[in-house]
Design a protein around this ligand. Structure first.
Ligand SMILES: O=C(O)C(=O)C[C@@H](O)[C@H](O)[C@H](O)COP(=O)(O)O
Length: 368
């Protein structure tokens, strides 16, 4: 096996700038963590699936820097991304008299990253934290950019904070243990960067899909690096989503409705986003922004990643009505008007409202 060369991507945010490290064998490498803030205690927050695989490795790597390294496990899955689980983190921090210099390490996927980040943002009004993402989705998207938070039954990621990590450590070796469903879910967020910002990357994804699905390390290294570069470019211009950053939400308005409507965890976030991108592409086409050939190409790519392209029914009596009801809670909505991220020509995204009747048509066409 080739060990992937260590590469970095910079997130440029003035005094909150940080590096994303991408490469092989990073979790157990003490040198990666050497420049982190000093403190006496490190707390590794992981989950019951990931901790047995990597927590000990990370503990050993941190032992030279922090005199006390604690590790805790959260239950695994999107259905646990709520207040009660968040409180488990605060319990451990308080029971161990963790002070303001304690550094938290989020070791796991998007759920662990979002909750650990939110805990770090709010414990004693803010302690440093590090993202160590172990899923493809977390490496290419959720660990980067400082969105942290938890779900509410009425809407996804409804409670949270913008809070940047000290660094992100993407160990490509961790991806080798991923189940194929998780790989596909991560590929949804990789694909997303194409239509919104980089059609050349979309063509690359299209021609390397087979390698990506079978976890070829070279292909993954490029996918992670290019995704992080594109996200860095967006976040560097609009950290708190006052405008441009919303393009990263392509497919998420429909996708979040699927997740909340089915119950969190029924579909993986990436599965819902994949299908949401198909729906958003159809809406773009019906508004005259792209042609049907573009929609069909994007749909083919999403399907080839092993993702669903047909939305679930959320209500047998009024499915479109239920989607609309859920989507009105989206964070981009204004005065009850849903604002969709749409494709305004290949490689370019815009945010637009759309008539309910048109959205209903799209839902009817795209759902089972
Ligand atoms: O980083 C962002 O900005 C994104 O929108 C990226 C999304 O892919 C990601 O899933 C994010 O967590 C969703 O954010 P939300 O603000 O729509 O909850």
């Amino acid at each position: 096996m080739t060990i992937q060369a260590h590469q970095t991507v910079n997130i440029s945010l003035a005094e909150r700038s940080y590096l994303i490290h991408i490469g092989g064998e990073l979790i157990g490498n003490p040198e990666i963590f050497a420049g982190l803030p000093n403190g006496s205690t490190a707390v590794i927050v992981s989950n019951t699936t990931v901790a047995p695989l990597y927590a000990e490795k990370l503990k050993v790597a941190l032992a030279g820097k922090y005199s006390k390294v604690l590790a805790m496990e959260l239950p695994d899955g999107e259905s646990y991304k709520h207040w009660e689980t968040l409180n488990l983190i605060f319990d451990v921090l308080l029971q161990n008299t963790c002070d303001r210099k304690t550094v938290l390490f989020a070791l796991g996927g998007g759920v662990v990253g979002d909750m650990t980040g939110f805990a770090a943002a709010s414990y004693m009004r803010g302690v440093p934290f590090v993202q160590v993402p172990t899923t493809l989705l977390a490496q290419v998207d959720s660990s980067v950019g400082g969105k942290t938070g938890i779900n509410h039954p009425l809407g996804k990621n409804m409670v949270g904070a913008f809070y940047q990590p000290q660094m992100v450590v993407c160990d490509l070796d961790a991806l080798k243990s991923l189940p194929s469903r998780e790989v596909s879910a991560g590929l949804a967020e990789v694909i997303k960067y194409g239509p919104i910002a980089d059609m050349e990357f979309l063509s690359w994804i299209e021609s390397h899909m087979e390698s990506l699905v079978r976890l070829d390390t070279q292909a993954l290294a490029h996918a992670v690096k290019r995704s992080c570069e594109l996200k860095a470019w967006v976040v560097g211009q609009d950290e708190r989503e006052s405008g441009l950053r919303a393009i990263l939400n392509f497919g998420h308005t429909f996708g979040h409705a699927i997740e909340a409507g089915l119950g969190y965890g029924e579909w993986l976030h990436g599965e819902a986003v994949g299908c949401g991108m198909v729906m958003a592409a159809h809406l773009s086409q019906r508004l005259g922004l792209v042609d049907i050939a573009f929609v069909e190409r994007l749909t083919r790519i999403i399907a080839s990643a092993g993702l669903p392209i047909c939305g679930p029914s959320l209500d047998a009596s009024d499915n479109a009505g239920r989607y609309l009801e859920l989507m009105r809670h989206d964070k981009k909505s204004e005065a009850g008007e849903i604002r969709f991220v749409l494709i305004d020509g290949p490689g370019r995204a815009v945010m637009r409202a759309a008539p309910d009747a048109l959205v209903r048509e799209v839902i009817d066409v795209c759902c089972a």
